[in-house]
Design a protein around this ligand. Sequence first.
Ligand code: B12
Length: 208
Amino acid sequence: MARNEQLYQAVYKGDQKTAEQAVLKALEDGEDVAGLLEDSLIPAMKQIGEDFECGEAFVPEMLIAARTMSKALAHLKPLLGESGIEPKGKICIGTVKGDLHDIGKNLVGMMLEGAGYEVEDLGVDCSPEKFEEAVERGATFVMLSALLTTTMPVMKDIVEYLKAKYPEVHILIGGAPISQEYSDSIGADGYGATASQAVTLVEGLVAK
Ligand code: B12
């Protein structure tokens, strides 16, 4: 699917009203939800990140782009979560301690709900104990998100802490700076580069 230029520009520039209008219009026109995400919304966030990296955008611009992205995502959420069947499993997801980035995490959570799982969103800045509490409530998958190189090591602490107490729980990790190599090095059960890969990973482990 080609990029929806109006939607891309609206998210990139942080124009909430236009973004919401564009997303509603695209849905009315029958545009595919996954296509809107992968070809327009995510690339707009990627671009603002690259602008930030080279000094062409600053935190306020990132923030208004992020708010606009969240508004647009809110319209897609009901469509991603439309399964209406008995949950296939219980998953908790959160962004690790010290990290406040939540767009990717939210997207992963929405896709998993859409795939038929019960998802408990623990929010951002989550301590190992917060994940543990969710496991005690019955989650068999723990999904960790980190967007900062400085908060990646927290994932290692959480994996060590949870694996020692709950070896049967699957821990999956993701976020822009994460790699398969990093996942292997900290003993996580898998890494996904995108929200759809997160679903594939979970489905693979459930099937085992
Ligand atoms: C938006 C944004 C912000 C917003 C966040 C708002 C919000 N509500 O999330 C705000 C303005 C608050 C922010 C703040 C900061 N940010 Co910022 N931010 C970004 C930006 C531009 C986009 C992130 C995003 O939403 N991407 C879109 C989503 C859809 O992608 P994603 O998160 O990667 O998620 C996908 C995959 O990674 C994967 N995934 C994600 N989680 C998981 C989990 C699992 C289990 C799996 C399987 C998959 C998975 O699936 C998702 C969907 O496909 C990035 C740039 C970038 N390229 O990442 C910088 C970026 C992450 N930020 C950065 C920085 C430096 C900061 C600040 C330190 C800036 C500052 N000086 O204050 C603060 C830190 C605040 C904190 N303590 O967390 C740097 C990090 C550099 C580094 N090496 O660590 C980046 C890379 C920008 C840059 N290029 O320099 N930021």
